[in-house]
Design a protein around this ligand. Structure first.
Ligand code: XUL
Length: 527
């Protein structure tokens, strides 16, 4: 008998669904809905609302809710056996927050299937838009919170990360400072993940230890709200936050709205969601400590599992709770795919194959030419004034600039992941740009490490589906082992291994010092 579980991933640009059959260990369905294309009436660009201040990046929680209706309708149309799904879990872009007023709990409990989710949710938001992870407008609030918590090292040791502009706590503080009335009218604050979980459960859902750690509000070791961090952020915050729980934990049966409207089984379980990066840890099978992956998506992320909680004294990297128990590390570079695209467009390079050919005209190390591709404000290193910096690099040279963007992104990863003190044995590469062998060769050479591609590009949605299976088994009184749950779903692509070229690796061993110096120089110039 089929053993179906649904995972949803509400990311920056799309909502994805993956259905797994645990009995046959197969992904039986996957679909993605691009927000800009499927829901153009929200006017987003790459899932983000336009704003005159380039540091402010918000999106629309109603758009995320509408996407849920649309993807369920699509699954029904595609003949997915919705009535056989046993449990649903999910993941969301991290850090984004949804502010709800006191009407929300009631509206969630009484979702009317004759209306759309958008109609059901009219009047429940105390803040119309949601700041998302790309927002860098809270430097002042970060400084205030960091100071109250005792500086960078102490903030990281307490909450798992230094105070970061995109983290939910600083964003909440800004909301409280700039819109105190609306903050006062906020009865409940959700993350993107817990908001979506709340829609499915028909009640305010908990936040999990993975996404909850992306707020600068959770005590990373105790996995509970940290009173000092709450106090440093905004008044009366504790009562606006839900409880924290393990991801995949059952919240309840799925809301009758989805049963009546789309034919879900009334016994299907709605579970706690997590962040997209923690879900990818599961989706990529990074269960053992020391396993590392690099995801090349809207943002580029470097992450892996960790047994003990070890935090970054310089405050660049993050520690989150892992859905597999224990901890995970993450470093997030904002100028990922969009920066690569910008270079491709700037030099009129037709596609990635053409990019590859161009790359062959240059040598590893680019003759010392370095590009710092901060098209957008950057997270690591922290850059609040967007700008592209070139060192010994002719702006007119398309081939050199093409190589420079890949090399810069990989060298930045190498430089800023040193605090983890993990020399990975093998890197799993995933995400949209991981099907680009040239980029992966640069990755292998810069990191001086084998790189293997992993099959799923929807690793977060897959991880969420497996998380649903885990939660369902726990609820049934079983003691499921994560290794067994992920087995068979997360194989690297056969023959995809790329080995570092020893000569090139040597070039980068030397170049990394110069790269760090260029970075320091550019940061000094910016001030
Ligand atoms: C992680 C981060 C991004 C988003 C992307 O800290 O900000 O990776 O989660 O969705």
């Amino acid at each position: 008998m089929a053993n179906l579980f649904l995972g949803l991933d509400s990311s920056t640009q799309s909502l994805s669904a993956v259905v797994v059959d645990l009995a046959t260990r197969k992904v039986v369905y996957e679909k993605s809905l691009n927000f800009d294309q499927a829901l153009p009436h929200y006017g987003t660009q790459n899932g983000v609302l336009l704003h005159p201040d380039s540091l402010v990046k918000h999106s629309s929680p109603l758009m995320w809710a509408e996407a849920l209706d649309v993807i369920f309708a699509q699954m029904k149309k595609d003949g997915v056996a919705l009535g056989k799904i046993l449990a649903i879990s999910g993941s969301g872009q991290q850090h984004g927050s949804v502010c709800l007023n006191e009407r929300a709990a009631d509206a969630l409990a009484n979702l009317n299937p004759k209306k759309s989710l958008v109609e059901n949710l009219r009047g429940v938001f105390s803040r119309k838009t949601s700041p998302i992870w790309m927002d860098s407008s809270t430097a002042a609030e970060c400084a205030e919170i960091r100071k109250k918590l005792g500086g960078i090292k102490a903030t990281a040791a307490t909450t798992g990360s230094d105070a970061f502009e995109r983290f939910t706590g600083p964003q909440i503080r800004k909301f409280y400072k700039t819109e105190p009335k609306a903050y006062g009218q906020t009865a409940s604050i959700a993350l993107v993940s817990s908001f979506m979980a709340s829609l499915l459960a028909g009640k305010i859902a908990p936040m999990d230890y993975g996404d909850g750690a992306g707020m600068n509000l959770m005590d990373i070791r105790r996995k509970s709200w940290h009173p000092g961090a709450l106090k440093a952020t905004a008044p009366d915050l504790k009562k606006k936050l839900p409880v924290l729980a393990a991801s995949g934990k059952v919240v309840g049966k799925v809301s009758a709205y989805f049963v009546r409207k789309f034919g879900l089984n009334p016994e299907a379980l709605a579970t706690v969601w997590t962040g997209d990066n923690p879900a990818s840890v599961i989706g990529l099978g990074l269960i053992q400590p020391g396993q590392v992956a690099i995801s090349l998506g809207t943002s580029d992320t470097f992450f892996g599992s960790m047994k003990k909680c070890q935090t970054d004294a310089h405050g660049e990297g993050h520690v989150f709770g892992s859905p597999a128990g224990g901890y995970m590390t993450l470093i997030c570079f904002k100028n990922g795919s969009l920066a690569r695209e910008k270079i491709r467009e700037r030099y009129d390079i037709k596609d990635w194959a053409a990019f590859g050919k161009l790359l062959a005209q240059t040598k590893p190390g680019n003759g010392g030419g370095i590009l710092l591709p901060w098209f957008d404000a950057e997270i690591v290193p922290r850059v609040n004034q967007p700008g592209v910096h070139r060192f010994d690099l002719d702006e007119k040279d398309a081939a050199a600039n093409g190589r420079a963007i890949f090399e810069a992104q990989m060298m930045s990863m190498r430089l800023h992941s040193q605090w983890m003190q993990v020399a990975p044995e093998k890197i799993l590469a995933t995400g949209g740009a991981s099907n680009n062998p040239q980029l992966l060769q640069v990755m292998a050479d810069v990191m001086n490490c084998r790189v293997e591609r992993i099959e799923v590009s929807k690793s977060a949605a897959l991880g969420a589906a497996l998380q649903a299976a885990h939660g369902w088994l726990v609820q049934a009184g079983k003691k499921p082992k994560w290794e067994k749950i992920v087995a068979g779903f997360t194989k690297p692509i056969p023959n995809s291994e790329i080995r570092p070229n020893p000569k090139a690796a040597k070039v980068y061993d030397k170049l990394i010092g110069r790269f760090a110096a260029c970075e320091r120089k550019a940061l000094k110039q910016i001030g």
